[in-house]
Design a protein around this ligand. Sequence first.
Ligand code: ZN
Length: 438
Amino acid sequence: MSIDALSAPLVPDNRAAGAWLYERVAEWYPLDRSITGNGLRKTLDCIGEHIPLTTCEIPTGTAVFDWTIPREWNVREAYIKTPSGERIADFREHNLHVLGYSVPVHEKVSLETLREHVFTLPDKPEWVPYRNSYYKENWGFCMAHRQLESLEDGEYEVHIDSTLEDGSLTYAECYLPGEREDEFLLSAHACHPSIANDNLSGLAIAAWLARALQDRPHRYSYRFVFAPGTIGAIAWLARNEAGAQVVRHGLVLACLGDSGQSTYKRSRRGDAEIDLAAQYVLSQSGQPHAVLDFSPYGYDERQYCSPGFDLPMGCFMRTPPGHYPEYHTSADNLELVQADCLADSLAKVAAVIAVIEGNGRYRNLNPKCEPQLGKRGLYSAIGGRTDTRDLEMAMLWALNLSDGGNSLLDIAVRSGYRFDQIHAAAGALEEAGLLSPV
Ligand code: ZN
């Protein structure tokens, strides 16, 4: 794949990266996350074992723009006891069995009443749905439709030992200062319980990138935000309204481990540098892919791209949310996510970062007719490379189009030469005094 030339510095070994990513997804999968609570904290602690993380707790009741930080939810145990004494829908067996944000309940109910509090997927009868009731007090269980259909008449004991009380919402960030204050922001939602693709895949890839970037020099400063979906991103923006002004590029990372094709959803701006870089990398991959226009729905790009911020942030995914059958069910599990798909997504995001890091604009200092490259020793000048003829052509393109307006990425797209070739050519021309950065 031709994006290897771009991603290799950050991802030298795709197979090892895939194994590491899959291990993280498997390790974090059992934790009982929600938009608040100890499972979310534990997940952030686990991420913090690999990268420097700063955790932030925002108290219940805090206003964040038009929203309010909710009460904190924790569950100790939850189950239904059938008339014959069997425990079903046990939270300890699968945390999806409890409706998220269920208030505590311990009572005996008829099958008819129980049915009003049970959520199933009649068209996918073997799978348990993922449901929440964050902003309306309720209790409930989620189970396979096949199991609900098999329940006998009689008295059921429902038991949810949960707490919903004043506490805080937790998010965490990893900041890696670069040569510039300008930031590249990467964000992944951390609130879903045992759901692997949506979004342990995004958390693992973000953690991998932070771990790799902390050990190498970079032009931009990088900020990774690990926060609960919607309310967490809103809280981060409310706390960082001024800081958001230095975000020059950004990506929301989600659903990156399934076997579907890669998908990039453009920022609200539509023609930001990140949009062009992501489209370029996907087109270079030689694989089927999709590029979608922005819409005010989906993941936290909804918040980052709200008109009051309008950050240049797109969303990098494989199959978009709602477009794969296992989405928001117990089947979004460790079988759906694959190590090689995680590694492939990582390589593409790393290639996007490489393009953004290497991109720039130059001015030709000898614009009246071609300069003589031979007398400057520029033919075959770029040591260690075997694509000499391509590099000569890349130099001619870089000289001709470097008028201060075209970026190196623009030149790569227009010329058909690879970004890494145009970048190497521009470097050699700058050294020879023929190009000057603008
Ligand atoms: Zn989701």
